[in-house]
Structure formats: C-alpha cells, structure tokens
Design a protein around this ligand. Structure first.
Ligand code: PEP
Length: 268
C-alpha cells in the first residue's frame, strides 16, 4: 500500500467510525425455514452486545414469526417487506400493518421497485401504505429510485421528487419523526452496477433538500437516507464514506450470512 492509499484508508476508517449506520437485509422471496434458522443463529452468535449500528432483517412473511422468536432479547430488529393499507378485510394474500405490529415488527419496506414494477404499485397506493404504517407505529422504509431510462434522460431528480412528494402526501411524521428513506436506483438493484459515489452523494443531498422543504431542517436531519443497489462486502467501505449516507438496504449480499456479517464488521 503506498502512502497516499494508507492515508486515504486511515481517514476513511475514521469517517466510518464516526457514523451510525442502519444495515438492512431485504431477503425478498428467498430462503426456507431451515436457512432462516441457520442464518439468524449464526448472526446472533457473532453479533452480540449493544453496537453503534442498527441491523434490521426483512424475511419473507412466512418466516417473520420465526424471526420474532429467534431475535427475542437481541439488538437485531425485523420487519415486513410490504404491507397493505387496510387493517383487515377481503384482501386475499395481503398482510396489514395491524398484523405487522402483532408480529412485533418495527419496520416495513414500502414502495420497493419490485413492488412498483412487478406488482404495479403506484405512488397513491404507496402513500396509503405509508399513512397506514405510521398510524400503527410501524416505521416505513420508503424506497425511491429512478430507472435507467430516466437517468439517461436526466429526469432522475424529477422522478425522486414525485415519488417522495406523492408517497409522503399528508403523512404526518412531525410527531413521530419516524421514517426511513432508501434511495435505490432501479438500474443498480441486483445488477452488480453500484451507483458511483458522486451519484449517490448528489441524490442523497437532493433527497435531504426535499425533506427539508417538506418538514424543515430539524426533522429532515433526523431522517435516515439509506442507499441500496448491489452493495457487497467489496464496495461497502467506499460507499460508507459517501456524504449523507445513513446506511444500506441490501438484497443479494444479505442472503449469505458470511457476506452480511462481513458488511456489518466493515461498518463497525
Ligand atoms: C434491494 O432489492 O433492495 C437491493 C438493494 O438489492 P441488491 O442489493 O441485490 O441490489
């Protein structure tokens, strides 16, 4: 390692240590019961004691109760990957915020790009989910992200602005101050093409400015903005020093406990 590289890595290590990160695992529709058990068992063994950072798991619905059981008396939180906006009723296949709370979930991912693109969720539906989650005391992780076409056409800021404004319309977070935003460019999800540091810095800065517009700087400064899109143990240290990044929403690299633990360890 030459001297410049040594200085850079020392400075970066100091920056990482001075921050508090949220490290969230989105398992999507993956894993069976045994794999969930083994993952959490290993995570618990290696991740003990009160840490500076927070870890949140988002297992598939059927394994949430197992996660609840296994994560008792740990510092690791868990949540749902999606919720419906009604509390109960004739909505076959859906799960309500009330049920999420019943299962001890503190969080719910809302508006993930896979929900938007594959299941046709629009900003109006996402807004209903945000409000319903807040009403039940569930912390929404609102996902925002532009696709490649929008970025090529230089419309990425407009997309983010629309998703944030419409997703959060009339949602009162002033009392709870409890929402997490995840910036996840669609072209970076599962593609191996992580957004560049300057793109992330620009978009997180932009999201912060929108949050200031919406809620004022005091509240906005307390809203974590996570980055998601092909995060892995190899790029986490570079991403962790990007300005305004408060943590990560991780898909693929959160499936193997070894990789996930490596990420956690590199952020400590
Ligand atoms: C995600 O789906 O939220 C995600 C960021 O996936 P990946 O890490 O695999 O890109």
């Amino acid at each position: 390692m030459d001297i410049k590289e040594l200085v850079r890595s020392t400075v970066n290590a100091e920056i990482v240590k001075s921050r508090q990160f949220i490290i969230a695992a989105n398992w999507k529709m993956n894993k069976n019961m045994k794999e969930v058990f083994l993952f959490i068992d290993e995570l618990k063994k290696r991740y003990t004691g009160k840490k500076r950072n927070s870890v949140i798991l988002f297992p598939p619905y059927p394994y949430v109760m197992l996660a609840q059981e296994l994560l008792k008396n740990t510092d690791i939180s868990y949540g749902l990957q999606n919720i419906h906006w009604e509390s109960s009723g004739a909505f076959t296949g859906e799960v309500s915020p009330l049920m999420a709370r019943d299962l001890g979930c503190q969080y719910a991912i809302i508006g993930h790009s896979e929900r938007r693109n594959i299941f046709f969720e629009n900003d109006e539906m996402i807004n209903k989910k945000i409000k319903a989650a807040l009403a039940e005391g569930i912390i929404p992780v609102l996902c925002l992200g532009e696709d490649m076409e929008a970025r090529r056409e230089n419309r990425h800021r407009d997309i983010i602005r629309k998703q944030l404004y419409e997703g959060m319309a009339d949602a009162d977070i002033s009392l709870q101050n409890r929402i997490i935003i995840a910036y996840e460019p669609v072209w970076a999800i599962g593609s191996g093409a992580t957004a560049a540091s300057n793109q992330i810095e620009e978009m997180h800065g932009y999201i912060n400015s929108l949050l200031c517009e919406l809620y004022g700087s005091d509240i906005a400064s307390g809203i974590p903005v996570l980055y998601g899109g092909s995060v892995n143990p190899g790029n986490i240290q570079d991403l962790a020093v990007v300005k305004n990044v408060s943590g990560f929403l991780i898909g693929g690299a959160s499936l193997k406990v070894k990789d996930f633990l490596k990420i956690i360890e590199l952020l400590e």
